[in-house]
Design a protein around this ligand. Structure first.
Ligand SMILES: Cc1ncc(C[n+]2csc(CCOP(=O)(O)OP(=O)(O)O)c2C)c(N)n1
Length: 640
């Protein structure tokens, strides 16, 4: 909760991501930039609300950038001007930002710069399980990994200090289980702080990264990292705990907590090296730890990153992912680590985990399947329904967002989903090689994030496809953050909304139609005409996210229009089988609408071939004939 994050001092119960946000405030951050992405989003959302709430008391700048590369550039600029800055993103966001990151490492930070990378072992909400510690190695930047919510906060400050001490960008690596865990955190006082602009100090010999400059800076960077490695070998964020026997554990980040609990369950007290600096690896410390041991189990998520180092650095028998003592894939927990440790020590786990897992598998079969579905009233469902009605056979590259659910039955409107913006680039490629019409789908936030360059490419190279932009006026998937199309900013100020249709027309696209997907007839018609068009055609399917719409209705004291299934229903099941709205159910032999779920979009009433779904009679009375103005989701119909 924001109140806890903004407490003056004392203790607070914080989410891992809130603790990171608090850490940034305690460190006196000046500029924060982010593009949302689970599991990092709450860092930005917390700092967004903090920025507004703390105005005049603790001033800093916070923005939702249009993508992660821009976020790092914004924060890097502040660092070059001597300000403390931070950028936060999910792990795949670092792929987008990596271009600037590699060069920034050469140039070096001036004000402290921290990049928070939130990795996602087990891919709870991601397309891959990449381990971003490799970025630290590849880009030559330190990577620090906390093991608790307390450390998540404290290490932010440490990362700023490290960054300033060595003039280097620093990565703080967190992941789902830590970002979304809660814990009691000892706070440091929140100092009063003004935001002051500084004079720009030109430094072209560093900041203009020409080959001649870069050559010089490369060797400086190698030197800095060597010094940082020595420093981190003595840093008290890494430590050795004594224990019995000649087998020890190297536990990285949150795996330290798992390892400690696993040891407790097994009733063993063996030596532990708790590692928080992942890169540069504290080689001296690892060598010191290994010198007393014959066997070491390395516990880390996701890749055998430290394990490889330990194998290279020491002569001991190393156990971990590479020899199957711990799994190569998916998130760890106490049970996983306990089993790996028991095997290493040649003892039995405290519980018969295999039997429990087997029982779990048996029970899982009994549970009814719950496939993910669009929310009731989601405009994306209507758009995918319209696409399906407009064309029988088509190649359908899709993208990442709530609308990826369009891949599921009954819509089956997404043939590919790879990474943000890829729908449009893939549409370019497909339009060269496939016979069928190509209809790509992309969300509004994704369009601004990574769709723009691919669409420019499509215009330039005379590609021939339809791009349906699903504009629900928000970044829905990650928790309704604003984006350039909506004109709201991170610190609560108004921004200038960038019009998608103007941008698209400005690219030279002549076929641009804006439709409301709740109006199915018009939407189907626009898509059909777009398919006939030779060249790039854009259909903007615009209707506010149903969750936001309902929230606004409730706030404004507006009623939700109610629909009912009348006796004209012939049980043809078109509404259930082809639209699959969670608010429509089949109960006691009848199709019915669950009024607790229905948001009154009315799409089902338009789908029904028998016109059997109607606005409730008492609703019509309530609406007193003024129906259109009451149900218009955009409040666009007014009494004169
Ligand atoms: C590089 C990258 N950054 C962030 C994300 C997280 N993410 C997934 S979809 C999405 C945007 C969704 O917004 P939008 O395109 O408007 O579609 P909506 O969910 O609102 O339907 C984001 C930020 C990601 N998957 N990849």
């Amino acid at each position: 909760m924001l109140n806890d994050v903004l407490k003056e001092s004392g203790k607070a119960f914080l989410l891992g991501n809130e603790a990171i946000a608090r850490g940034a405030l305690e460190a006196g951050i000046d500029v924060f930039a982010t593009y949302p992405g689970t599991p990092s989003s709450e860092i930005g959302d917390t700092l967004s609300r903090a920025c507004e709430t703390l105005k005049g008391r603790f001033d800093f700048v916070m923005e939702y950038s249009s993508n992660e590369k821009v976020a790092v550039e914004v924060a890097m600029a502040a660092s070059l001007a001597g300000k403390r800055s931070m950028a936060a993103m999910k792990h795949v966001g670092v792929n987008v930002a990596s271009d600037v990151l590699f060069s920034f490492a050469y140039i070096g930070a001036r004000g402290g710069f921290v990049l928070v990378s939130a990795d996602d072992p087990s891919m709870h909400s991601s397309q891959n399980e990449q381990d971003n510690r490799w970025y630290g190695r590849a880009a030559n930047i330190p990577v620090i990994e906390p093991s608790s919510v307390q450390e998540a906060k404290d290490f932010v400050k440490f990362c700023f200090e490290l960054s300033e001490h060595f003039n280097i960008p620093v990565m703080l690596r967190t992941y789902t289980r830590l970002s979304h865990a809660s814990g009691i955190v000892e706070l440091a006082p929140l100092q009063k702080k003004a935001f002051e602009k500084v004079e720009w100090q030109k430094n072209p010999a560093r900041d203009v990264i020409l080959p001649a400059h870069a050559r010089k800076m490369k060797s400086e960077l190698v030197e800095k990292m060597e010094k940082a490695g020595n420093y981190l070998s003595r840093w008290d964020g890494n430590w050795i705990e004594d224990g019995e026997g000649d087998t020890g554990i190297i536990a990285c980040g949150l795996s330290y907590a798992y390892a400690k609990e696993a040891m407790e369950r097994l009733g063993v007290e063996i030596p532990v090296l708790k590692l928080s600096s992942m890169h540069p690896v504290p080689e001296e410390l690892i060598e010191e730890f290994a010198s007393q041991l014959k066997h070491i189990l390395v516990v880390e998520e996701v890749d055998p990153f430290i394990e490889l180092h330990v194998r290279a650095l020491t002569g001991v028998e190393v156990y971990g992912k590479l020899n199957g003592f711990l799994p190569m894939s998916y998130e760890y927990n106490v049970a996983v680590v306990e089993r790996g440790l028991a095997r290493t020590l040649g003892i039995k786990p405290s519980i018969d985990y295999e039997a429990i897992l087997e029982k779990g598998r048996e029970l899982a079969i009994l549970a009814p399947p719950r496939p993910p579905v669009f929310c009731p009233g989601c405009p994306h469902a209507a758009t995918f329904y319209a696409i399906k009605k407009a064309v029988k056979l088509a190649a359908l590259p899709g993208d990442i967002g709530c609308y990826t659910l369009g891949a599921n039955k009954p819509f089956e409107g997404v043939d590919t989903c790879v990474c943000m913006g890829a729908s449009t680039g893939i549409a370019c490629g497909l339009s060269y090689v496939v016979k069928e019409p190509v209809i790509a789908t992309i969300g509004d936030s994704t369009f601004f994030h990574a769709g723009l360059p691919a669409l420019v490419n499509a215009v330039y190279n005379n590609h021939n496809f339809v791009l349906v932009i699903l504009d629900n006026s928000t970044t829905g998937m990650t928790g309704h953050q604003p984006h350039p199309g909506v004109g709201e900013r991170g610190c609560g100020e108004k921004g200038k909304a960038v019009s998608i249709e103007n941008v698209v027309r400005g690219m030279g696209i002549d076929f641009v139609e804006v439709v409301n997907p709740y109006n199915l007839r018009r939407t189907i018609d626009a898509i059909k005409r777009a398919i006939e068009y030779k060249g790039v055609a854009v259909v903007i399917s615009r209707q506010k996210c149903a969750l936001l719409l309902q929230r606004e209705r409730k706030k404004g004291g507006k009623k939700t229009p109610k629909f009912t299934v009348t006796k004209n229903c012939t049980l043809c099941m078109e509404c259930i089988n082809s639209f699959f709205c969670p608010a429509i159910c089949f109960r006691e032999g009848k199709v019915a609408i669950d009024e607790n779920l229905c948001v009154g979009c009315g799409v089902c009433s338009r789908i029904c071939p028998e016109k059997a779904i109607k606005l409730c009679q008492d609703e019509i009375c309530w609406l007193r004939g003024n129906v259109c103005s009451k149900i218009c989701p955009d409040d666009a119909v007014k009494l004169r």
